[in-house]
Every structure is written in C-alpha cells, then in structure tokens.
Design a protein around this ligand. Sequence first.
Ligand code: CA
Length: 231
Amino acid sequence: MKNKDKLVVLVVEDEPAQLELLTYNLEAAGFLVDTASDGEDALIKVAETPPDLILLDWMLPLVSGIEICRRLKSKSKTRAIPIIMLSARTDEVDLVRGLDMGADDYVGKPYSVVELIARVRSHLRRVRAEAVGGIMAYEDIELNGETHQVSRAGVCIKLGPTEYRLLATLLEKPGRVWSRQRLLDRVWGQDIYVETRTVDVHVGRLRKALCAHGGNDLVRTIRGYGYALGG
Ligand code: CA
C-alpha cells in the first residue's frame, strides 16, 4: 500500500553503496523510497507504481539510464514524472544529451546529498504547482495556471495557446536552456511532426507579446540550439 501522505522517490542505481546512501537520506528527509538496480527493473517499477520523482543513474546494466529517460519521457502517462540524472560523466556534451532526452535535471557524481535532496524538493514543488494550477513567475512576468492569465508588471498579456504553453514551459525553470527539439516535444507533443523552425516563429510571437507594453526582452536565444528565459 502506498502511503498517501508521503511522496515516492524511485532510486535507480546499480551500485549497492550508493543505493543505500540515497535510500537512507531520502527516507530521513521524509520520502518513501522505491529502488531498482537495473534498467529493466526500473521500467517495471514505474509501470507498477508510478513514483513522484526518479533519481536515475546514467550507467546501468541492461537498459541505460539515458534510454530509460527517453522511454519514460516519450509516453504521455509517465512524461510528467521529474527525472534527475546522476552521473560521473560530467562533461557538457553528456549534460546536453541528458537534457535532450528529457531529463529534468542532472547531478554529477560525487554529489552532495544535501544539495541533491534540495533539488528533489524543488522539482516536486514545481510539479505540484503545475498540477494544482499554481502561479509561475519570473521577474515581472506572471502566469496563473488556474485562470490561464498572463501578466507582465501587472498588465494583462494576451497569448495564443501555443505561446502560452511555450511560456509555461520556459517558466518551469528560468535560466535553463531548452533545445528547439525539446520545446517541440513539450509544447506540441512528441507524436506530432513539426519543423523546428516553427519554434522560432512562436518564440518570436511570445517575445513580441511579452514586450508589448514595454520591458526588456527576457527570452534569450542560444544560437543554433534553442532558448531560455533569462539567465
Ligand atoms: Ca552505475
């Protein structure tokens, strides 16, 4: 039986000492912990009891962490579960690859357990805010998930449905760089074929709308890659 008051974190890690360390600390922090020590086991666990968040090791036997991430993020049923990738591979190419596969965050080993748990909490807060239609904000931009209203410096801003979803995605994590492909997957859905250039068009519209009543352009372009909100 799942204890309804506690959030469930699934830890996928093949090194027993790491698994034990994470389990101990997460339980001490008030989470219920489920564990898997290889990729196949992880996929079965997620199908049986979808967790609230997944800590996923990169290097795993049978099915790699990155492949698990890709599979979970490509299914509408599991897409919303935040995934934090854990890896000893800290170079930037891997980071970008991990985020491209849909990971919500990336923590290099060795990590600080205290910081890792802080990140777990922060991702769970974000997911809950979206689920209950909370307010997301960055600088003077505010998006109300309940009324679907967007304002800047208190002035109401009219957005089309695509621009609204685009802004909601960017607001999930200000400063984070999103590739065009990832934005396409999130905003349009992975089953639909849309040219990546379409993203540029809608980002252009979003920019224009956000600056319609003045204020700096807060959407940042990362040449040849994608976009971020501020940062
Ligand atoms: Ca490993």
